[in-house]
Design a protein around this ligand. Structure first.
Ligand code: GLC
Length: 528
């Protein structure tokens, strides 16, 4: 690896600004934990109940359609859940044109999806071929709609806000399933939109379905175009939900944290001039502040702003062409960061050619390449450490790191004091709930240790259970493609006092492939 000595004070200053030290990580986690608790107590546009009460155990079976919408693509999938933790997926993908993503009316987008669905059904001759569960004539479809929705059931919700550059004002306050069903019915397709899924919830479900270590999956994390996480919470902690029949019937519920909006009032998140500029010229200023520092949609743009700043001050030898993507908002994709980081991991390190090609630049020198790589690395490292501290807050909240640590946390962090009723609420039920749940966990582990089969194949599975892993399903281009992203997330987890190196070792992260498609199918299965 080349040495990264860099004499330029401006560059050093930017690198410094992008650094988050362990104290700051702890502050961020503590603040996120407060927001998690606030969202458990009061209706907020985060900590949204998904009305999924159990995670799959791999035995689920059936054939379902899924539509996955939320980045820049729309995917149509046919998912066959085989019931042995495996599945088959057939899928097509289409880019959603910008004029449909930004449009005053919702109908053009939803008829675009319905048309894609019609083509898919015809192409695979599916119109009459599927044995629908419950004898219905319509094929159940799970709709992964990756925007903030307040759900009232597994199949109904209202859209609270758009993000990631989408803006269709007429759809706000409406039910995404109903909007899609409307267009499907207009085309007379034999399809019933039966479940609404956030991609983070889908990722959690599909990871749990494929996981060989049942019961260990705690969360699904997305670090792609946007960022978000869903996790399994104890129902009795979800005080924002009325005490209707559902709560006593179900011990757990999957919550969609919508962590992209955490700390939107910027109490603890780092702020550089580039963050300010990015936010001010975004479609949703003041919103999704964590997302704007973490996710793929924005890291390329942050990099572009940093490059322009340095370029204007004569840091580089390279010359940018007039039509360089550096001169166009969102002109640089976050894949550029992954590309030059990957170049660095090769033996004959030379990113100059890739930089010339992607930036439309001439005369890129090895020094330029080194500086650009350092800058990209710092932006990605900050993103990963912030994602790690958000994940840390979920892990602490889950109390899966049992013992004195979680008790300490429960004492230290309380919900934000903005509800009088909260102060009068007796604390006893929460403790009983925690205690019962812990007894339940021990019992489950005891039963598991009695019944587990010892074989060569599942040796590692056994080890996993004995060490009591906390399993996290992850999905998204950044975590998948940026070299060392997970390692930086882990670094942040180690920095968090309540987790530390011991706790971090117990966290197992694994890709949830096809998370959105398989997750939506699992939701549709849960809804039948
Ligand atoms: C945005 C959306 C959220 C989604 C995430 C990842 O943050 O609000 O619902 O899960 O992007 O796609």
């Amino acid at each position: 690896m080349p040495s990264h000595g860099n004499p330029q004070p401006l560059v050093q200053d930017i690198l410094q600004q992008l650094e988050i030290d362990p104290d700051d990580i702890c502050k961020v986690t503590k603040r996120f934990l407060q927001q998690i608790k606030e969202g458990l107590d009061h209706p907020r546009p985060w900590q949204l109940p998904s009305y999924v009460f159990h995670v799959p155990d791999g035995s689920e079976k059936g054939t379902f359609l899924a539509v996955d919408l939320g980045g820049t693509n729309c995917r149509i999938c046919l998912v066959d859940l085989l019931g042995n933790s495996t599945y088959n997926v057939t899928q097509t993908k289409q880019t959603v044109p910008e004029h449909l993503r930004i449009n005053p009316r919702y109908q053009p987008l939803f008829s675009f999806i319905a048309k894609a669905l019609r083509e898919f059904l015809d192409q695979h001759e599916l119109r009459h071929q599927i044995d629908c569960p419950t004898g219905s004539k319509r094929i159940p479809l799970g709709f992964t709609f990756s925007f903030t929705c307040e759900q009232t059931s597994i199949s109904k919700g209202t859209l609270i806000q758009w993000d990631k550059g989408w803006d269709i004002p007429e759809a706000l306050g409406k039910d995404p399933c109903a909007m899609l069903q409307e267009s499907i019915d207009e085309m007379d397709l034999p399809v019933l939109v039966s479940a609404l899924a956030n991609d983070s919830v889908g990722t959690l479900l599909s990871r749990a379905y494929t996981s060989q270590d049942q019961g260990s999956t705690l969360a699904g994390v997305i670090i792609g175009t946007g960022t978000n996480a869903a996790y399994l919470e104890r129902s009795c902690n979800v005080r924002r939900l009325p005490n209707t029949e559902t709560k006593p019937m179900h011990d757990t519920i999957v919550l969609n944290t919508e962590w992209g909006c955490f700390d939107d009032d910027l109490k603890v998140l780092p702020i550089t001039p580039y963050d300010r500029e990015l936010d001010a010229s975004s479609i949703n200023p003041g919103q999704q502040q964590l997302e704007k520092r973490v996710s793929g949609m924005y890291l390329g743009e942050l990099m572009r702003l940093v490059i322009l700043h340095c370029h204007e001050r004569g840091v580089f030898n390279m010359v940018l062409d007039v039509d360089s993507p550096c001169n166009c908002q969102y002109g640089i994709d976050s894949s550029f960061l992954s590309l030059i980081a990957r170049d660095r991991t090769t033996e004959s390190w030379d990113a100059t050619k890739d930089i010339e090609r992607v930036l439309s630049a001439r005369g890129v020198t090895p020094d330029d390449a080194r500086i650009l790589t350092q800058l990209a690395d710092s932006i990605a490292r900050r993103s990963a450490r912030l994602a790690g501290s958000a994940l840390g807050a979920i892990i602490i909240q889950s109390e899966r790191l049992s013992g004195p640590v979680s008790e300490k946390c429960a004492v230290e962090v309380t919900s934000l004091p903005n509800d009088q009723n909260d102060k009068q609420r007796p604390k006893q039920p929460k403790r009983i709930c925690g205690l019962l749940s812990r007894i339940g966990d021990y019992f489950k582990r005891f039963i598991y240790s009695l019944t587990k089969k010892r074989s060569v194949e599942n040796e590692s599975l056994d080890q996993g259970s004995e060490q009591n892993f906390i399993d996290i399903g992850v999905d998204g281009s950044l975590i998948e493609l940026y070299p060392g992203f997970e390692a930086h997330m882990r670094g942040a987890l180690r920095d968090i006092q309540e987790i530390g190196p011991e706790g971090e070792k117990r966290v197992r992260m694994g890709l949830a492939r096809d998370g959105s498609g398989v997750g939506a199918a699992l939701m549709a299965n849960a809804a039948t």
